[in-house]
Write a protein that binds this ligand. Sequence first.
Ligand SMILES: Cc1cc2nc3c(=O)[nH]c(=O)nc-3n(C[C@H](O)[C@H](O)[C@H](O)COP(=O)(O)O)c2cc1C
Length: 334
Amino acid sequence: MIPIPINTRFLAHMNDPILLGSPLQGFTDFHFRNAISNQFGGIDRFFAPYIRLNGKLDIKKVYQRDLAPDNNQNQKWLTPQVMCNQVDEFMFVLEYISALGYKELNWNLGCPYPMVAKKAMGSGLICHPDKIGEILEKACSQNEVKISLKMRLGYLEKTEILDTFSTLDAFDLEFVAIHARLGVDLYKKQADLEAFSTCIGKTKHPLYYNGDITSVEKFREIKKAIPEIQHFLIGRGLLQDPFLAKMIHEDTLEYPVDRYRKLEEYHNDLYTHYLSTSSGPTPIKMKMLGFWEYFSYSFPESAKVYKKIKKASNTKNYQWAVEEIFQNAKKQNY
Ligand SMILES: Cc1cc2nc3c(=O)[nH]c(=O)nc-3n(C[C@H](O)[C@H](O)[C@H](O)COP(=O)(O)O)c2cc1C
């Protein structure tokens, strides 16, 4: 018998996970996405934070800027997201993003905040499969834009998602991404890998995993538990460590030797941008403090680093604090 040559490069590629940048409102805007792509790489596709209309068929300027093709060098690898529970709102956003050239719209069925969930939106919509079906009926009746979902396991109970699958299976969806927590868990409890596993094989749609990928070791653990899953969304882990996606792809625990120089460049890039777009010292301080809540995990003494930034009372002090933190880190080269 003639041996069939095995294309090992192809097999290696098949095993390579596909990593997606999970959307984080207030953080993962176009500037962040471009900075990650240019300076670190590793994210195969980003999701933009959700568009919410609040009852008016009008796209706010902030969303327009975030999705503008000129601001997104890799528009092909960006999926806009909508959070709503009305057919007309869904279709309005779909037409808006289609006119910009986007080919996929992601629907947020995961937002956990009680003010959202109580209005049967975000994760509060998961227990209303009829309403989900009504919107998908219309959304999937056009051929321009594909629809994908990002859900939690449920709002109150992890069985809620299982009860939606027969509705979802009536439509052609790109995928269903599952953030493996309940709405009521907010972001605190550990992601429930076991509950995610019970969803595998229960729907015809490809499932994407999301939750607590914060290190290469953690990724390996998760991948081992759900080997059949190839797509993974990374949220806060990428804010904590912008090298993470690249290192997962390379399956390495070794940071580049100039880790802190690169991190400093990245910080300065974000800071310069937000300084030029913020309206005064307090908004820029709050914006950067938000980032440092995550960034500080890139330093061994994370609590001390965060405290130093928090204490900086004005822009000058902030800049000094940042300089000192990076100088120290580069000297120690942890
Ligand atoms: C501050 C913040 C803002 C978020 N904004 C969005 C959003 O706009 N759309 C969305 O689908 N999920 C949003 N999420 C959820 C994340 O995308 C992600 O699903 C969640 O953080 C779990 O993944 P992680 O453990 O990798 O962070 C947000 C989370 C946080 C903490």
